[in-house]
Every structure is written in structure tokens, then in C-alpha cells.
Design a protein around this ligand. Structure first.
Ligand code: AP5
Ligand code: ZN
Length: 207
């Protein structure tokens, strides 16, 4: 199974990815998690990316496409993969098409902007695994601690209210175009076209 999860920041891509990757036994390829790992490792690329991420912008297509192509060469991607937060621009989507990276399904998680800010302000993450909680909607068993490891949960640096507004604007300006990009490709029914599904992202996490 080869999937793309498309949706605004805070729509619940990471949350749904957690369920889907377990169900299908495929790796989650989250460009956001990969960038945060590079930030934590203090690499040159990570330090440059951190400035862009904290400002709510997008890291360059060139860097992102290179990261994903390298990741796809790893053996655990042989039976499928789940893209979370990628592609995010038309050049990124085109690069995958040109490289012949197969996609079976594009799942769009649709959440109104009004729900997004509350989701992000209550989000807590376990940095090592990427597991995500919400203080109100999906609380950990023990406050502030990861369910699996018991380690501390943190708040992401880009979850400040003003950064969230910028990230939403960037989504509408640069990423939302992929809704019609994949929607129309799916409708064309051409060989290699993915199937397209829109999911309402409001309601229970496990629905
Ligand atoms: P990235 O990490 O991809 O962030 P994002 O797309 O902004 O998405 P989020 O991770 O914020 O949200 P999510 O949809 O995963 O929601 P979650 O499941 O956590 O990217 C970060 C940055 O890296 C970007 O801003 C950019 O700078 C850079 N970057 C990454 N990829 C890039 C690319 N391809 N190109 C260029 N730059 C790139 O859920 C949110 C909260 O809501 C959680 O607390 C969760 O518990 C809660 N929640 C989830 N589902 C529900 C529900 N049904 N009901 C109530 N609450 C829910
Ligand atoms: Zn995420």
C-alpha cells in the first residue's frame, strides 16, 4: 500500500498515520519528523531548516525532494509507504511523478481552519517516536508522559499561535493546489493514477 496523507497543518495527518502504518505494516515518511530529527542532530541542513520552520515557511523543494528520494531507497519501503506532510508543493508532486514513485491512494483530511488553532495549541509530542497527543482530545495516560516509553512530552516550537496562522496561510497558498492536482489525476483514470478519498477530519480520533 502506497499512500499520501494530504491536509492542513494540525489536520491530524500524524495521528492518522500512526493507525495506518500499524494496520498495513508500512513506514511513515513524515518530512516534518525528518526535518525535526535533523534539527535535533544539529546538522547544517537542520539548522537552516529550523529558521524556516519556526517562521512557518516551507523548506526548499530541492532539500525535501532529496531527503525523500534517499528515504525511499531504504529496504523498509519495498512493500509500501505512507507520506505524511509530503508532497506540499506542485514541484514536489511533479518530482515524484517524474521519478515514477507509485501512489495507490491520496487521502485528504479535511478540517476547518477554525478547529486547527485549538488542535495545535493543545498538541504534545514524544520527539523520539513522533507519537502525538492532545491535552483535551487525545490525552496521554499519564500527564506529560509518552504512553509507550514514559518519557517526557514536549510542545513543538512552531505551535505558537502566530506561527500557526502563518502555516495555515502557506497551506492555502502553496499546498491546497494539490487537492485538485491529485483529484483530477484520479478522475482521469489514466494508468498509474491514484485513487482519491476525502475524509472529514472532525470527530473522534479513531473514527
Ligand atoms: P509537519 O510536521 O509536516 O507539520 P504540518 O503539516 O504543519 O502538520 P502537523 O504535524 O502540524 O499536523 P498533523 O496534520 O500531523 O496533525 P497531528 O496529527 O499532529 O511540518 C512542519 C514544518 O516542516 C513545516 O511547517 C515546514 O516548515 C517543514 N516541512 C515539512 N514537510 C515539508 C515539505 N514537504 N516541504 C517543505 N517544508 C516542509 O494533530 C494535531 C493535533 O490535533 C494533535 O494534538 C492531535 O492529538 C489532535 N487531533 C488529531 N486528530 C484529532 C481529532 N480527530 N479530533 C481532535 N483532535 C485531534
Ligand atoms: Zn504531523
Amino acid at each position: 500500500m502506497r499512500l499520501i496523507l494530504l491536509g492542513a497543518p494540525g489536520a491530524g495527518k500524524g495521528t492518522q498515520a500512526n493507525y495506518i502504518k500499524e494496520k498495513y505494516g508500512i513506514p511513515q515518511i513524515s518530512t516534518g519528523d525528518m526535518l525535526r530529527a535533523a534539527v535535533k542532530a544539529g546538522t547544517e541542513m537542520g539548522l537552516a531548516a529550523k529558521k524556516v520552520m519556526d517562521a512557518g515557511g516551507l523548506v526548499s523543494d530541492e532539500i525535501i525532494i532529496g531527503l525523500v528520494k534517499d528515504r525511499l531507497k531504504e529496504s523498509d519501503c519495498a512493500n509500501g509507504y505512507l507520506f505524511d506532510g509530503f508532497p506540499r508543493t506542485t514541484p514536489q508532486a511533479d518530482a515524484m511523478k517524474e521519478a515514477g514513485v507509485a501512489i495507490d491512494y491520496v487521502l485528504e483530511i479535511d478540517v476547518p481552519d477554525s478547529a486547527i488553532v485549538e488542535r495545535m495549541s493543545g498538541r504534545r509530542v514524544h520527539p523520539a517516536s513522533g507519537r502525538t497527543y492532545h491535552v483535551k482530545f487525545n490525552p496521554p495516560k499519564v500527564e506529560g508522559k509518552d504512553d509507550v516509553t514514559g518519557e517526557d512530552l514536549i510542545q513543538r516550537d512552531d505551535d505558537k499561535e502566530e506561527t500557526v496562522a502563518k502555516r495555515l496561510a502557506v497551506y492555502h497558498n502553496q499546498t491546497e493546489v494539490l487537492v485538485s492536482y491529485y483529484g483530477e489525476w484520479a478522475k482521469s483514470g489514466k494508468p498509474g493514477a491514484p485513487k482519491y478519498r476525502k475524509i472529514a477530519g472532525v470527530g473522534a480520533v479513531e473514527a
